[in-house]
Design a protein around this ligand. Structure first.
Ligand SMILES: Cc1cc2nc3c(=O)[nH]c(=O)nc-3n(C[C@H](O)[C@H](O)[C@H](O)COP(=O)(O)OP(=O)(O)OC[C@H]3O[C@@H](n4cnc5c(N)ncnc54)[C@H](O)[C@@H]3O)c2cc1C
Length: 402
């Protein structure tokens, strides 16, 4: 009996993982609208290339918004399994700061991608470049376009892995939502995640400090807190202490012109410890820099967002050090974001990532509406959903053949 045919649409991280799982048991075809595979994967590789993270179990699940939706996938292919898979492909990894897992030093992103695709070539996965998914026809079959010609695809199973909507130059532009909406599959509008935030800096402050980092900060909003680095930019703030706060900021901005985040420039000290520094001393505002070991940027921020009365009172100033209120006006545009939320509504999806409306169609990766912070959790989520879908197809296929 000839193997069943699986069509995967989208040749990014999730599509490649689906092919990896299925290539030994099925005839696998990848349709990709661009001329190459994994372009966003390569973009990710330009910064700190976090392939996954060292945490696992409950700690891992808690990193994801919509954890119950993703938990089965994340336990079926967790961060340890991800590292084992990478090692098997010849991609050694190491654990960096905050548990981030990187490819071994000296290994370039293109080499990582090559190792993943080499195995797919060896297993005769067939690649169809410049084929763009455009619609479902009246029989709900998938239609792709290649050189202005429309082609209807037939397959036993279809896996969609079309990505989110940021960095459209990499191919993931989110235009596919129309085709799904027309067949009655609900989608949510894309919104930026893991992105910078806009702050209306005064010109003088911007020209003096844009590009300067604030290290060892604590960013808080509502019940959320994160320690790390904050970078001052022309438009506002970004950095590893800002990105994880974006879901809270996004929620808080609903219907509001401005929301405030709290910046603690002395997270290593309690307010009482800071107040102790005042005891027995005649602390003067002109000496704050030395008394509290503040740099020029920290002082400039404090001056910007502290009332004169609070600035001139050493005690009130102490309290201000742990609570600078920064006004955020909006998130940066979707196009610039590291990842997006929105896409296929999770209520449309079965636990194995097949569509409730057609269980032979699977949806994986960032095109689903879930969220996670940077640190390897995005790729891990994409890999895990695709792995789960692939395993479900194998299980269904065995069942059919029995
Ligand atoms: C600057 C940056 C840095 C990042 N760094 C990290 C990191 O260090 N660690 C981490 O975990 N994550 C990181 N990410 C996020 C991570 O790269 C993505 O979450 C992940 O690549 C998404 O995988 P995907 O397969 O779902 O989608 P994509 O990788 O976007 O792939 C989707 C594919 O589908 C194709 N496609 C789209 N529409 C169609 C269509 N209609 N027809 C046919 N093909 C189509 C696209 O061309 C693309 O090739 C980063 C992202 C960015 C932008």
């Amino acid at each position: 009996m000839s193997p069943e045919k699986v069509v995967i649409i989208g040749g990014g991280a999730a599509g490649l993982m689906a092919a990896e799982v299925l290539c030994e048991t099925h005839e696998v075809h990848i349709y990709e609208k661009g001329k190459a595979l994994g372009r966003k994967f390569l973009v990710a590789g330009k910064g700190g290339f976090n392939l996954t993270n060292a945490i696992y179990g409950e700690e891992l699940y808690a990193k994801y918004q919509a954890p119950s939706f993703l938990q089965t996938a994340l336990s079926g292919f967790d961060t340890k399994a991800c590292r084992q898979w990478l090692a098997k492909l010849g991609i050694p990894t190491y654990t960096g700061t905050s548990g981030r897992i990187f490819p071994e030093k000296g290994m370039k992103p293109i080499q990582v991608l090559q190792k993943i695709t080499d195995r797919l070539h060896q297993q005769n996965v067939q690649f169809h470049f410049q084929h763009e998914f455009v619609s479902f026809n009246e029989n709900k079959q998938v239609v792709v376009q290649c050189r202005q010609q429309e082609i209807t695809l037939s397959a036993d199973y279809i896996v969609f892995a079309l990505g989110g909507a940021s960095w459209s130059v990499t191919g993931s532009d989110g235009t596919w939502t129309n085709a799904f909406n027309k067949t009655g599959i609900k989608t949510k509008p894309f919104q930026a995640s893991n992105c910078g935030v806009n702050v209306a800096w005064p010109e003088e402050f911007k020209s003096a400090y844009a590009g300067s980092p604030l290290k060892n900060m604590q960013v808080s909003i509502n019940d959320f807190s994160m320690k790390g680095e904050v970078l001052i930019t022309e438009y506002g703030l970004e950095g590893n202490a800002i990105y994880p706060a974006v879901p809270e900021i996004r929620e808080a901005l609903k219907g509001k012109q401005t929301v405030y985040i709290q910046l603690d420039v002395k997270p290593q000290n309690t307010t009482d410890q800071l107040l102790d520094k005042l005891k027995g001393k005649n602390v003067q505002p002109k000496n704050y820099k030395y008394d509290f070991k503040l740099n020029a940027l920290q002082l400039a921020l404090l001056k910007l967002y502290t009332t004169k009365e609070n600035y001139l009172s050493p005690e009130l100033f102490c309290r201000q050090l742990k609570n600078i209120q920064i006004p955020i006006t909006s998130l940066r545009p979707v196009e610039e974001a590291i990842s997006t939320v929105g896409g296929i509504d999770t209520s449309e999806i079965n636990p194995d990532f097949s569509l409730k409306a057609d269980p032979k169609i699977y949806i994986v990766g960032e095109m689903l509406d879930w969220d996670a912070p940077t640190g390897g959790f995005l790729l891990q989520g994409c890999f895990a959903t695709a792995y789960c879908a692939g395993k479900s197809i194998i299980a269904a296929t065995k069942f059919t053949k029995l």
